[in-house]
Write a protein that binds this ligand. Structure first.
Ligand SMILES: Nc1nc2c(ncn2[C@@H]2O[C@H](COP(=O)(O)OP(=O)(O)O)[C@@H](O)[C@H]2O)c(=O)[nH]1
Ligand SMILES: [Mg+2]
Length: 142
């Protein structure tokens, strides 16, 4: 399963990514154009441990989770934002990190959530528009 971590810059995405995966990706002040951080972690499962023992298995395969920490969503629908949204199209779930700590600016929970959600909606809207255009073209050909 793949999980994409999104949120505004400096919201704590990479900090959450590091906490979840045990990685040590650079936090704070990472260039928006930076490549996404990707890490695959095993999901420990006592039931698998029990079965491994019970059947005396040599190889243990846990389920794994892939976390993708993307940099660069700004809450404004930019070309770069589109690329980033493209890169999370393949994920199974999106984890939206929202800043609740004071970093000089007080938290603005609602506005921050709305910013990112609008960006996602605009991106969906663009997909719908081009799909409608395509359907319209096909209809005219027939
Ligand atoms: N006080 C506080 N600082 C945090 C917290 N999470 C992240 N930070 C700091 O906020 C800055 C931005 O964090 P980062 O994970 O790089 O955010 P990103 O840009 O969304 O990836 C860094 O200096 C972090 O150390 C938190 O929960 N509390
Ligand atoms: Mg980051």
């Amino acid at each position: 399963m793949k999980i994409g971590i999104i949120g505004l810059p400096y919201s704590g995405k990479t900090t959450v990514f590091n906490a979840l995966t045990g990685a040590s990706a650079k936090v704070g002040g990472v260039a928006a154009a930076a490549k996404p951080n990707i890490s695959v972690v095993n999901v420990p499962d006592e039931r698998i441990d029990m079965l491994t023992k019970m059947f005396n298995l040599k190889k243990v395969v846990y389920a794994d989770l892939t976390f993708i920490d993307v940099a660069g969503l700004t809450g404004e629908a930019t070309e770069r934002g589109k690329d980033i949204i493209q890169s999370i199209k393949t994920v199974d779930a999106i984890a939206h990190v929202v800043r609740l700590f004071d970093n000089g600016k007080p938290p603005a929970l609602k506005a921050d959530i709305q910013n990112i959600e609008s960006e996602l909606m605009l991106s969906d809207f663009a997909v719908i528009e081009s799909r409608l255009e395509r359907i319209e073209k096909q209809r005219n050909i027939r």
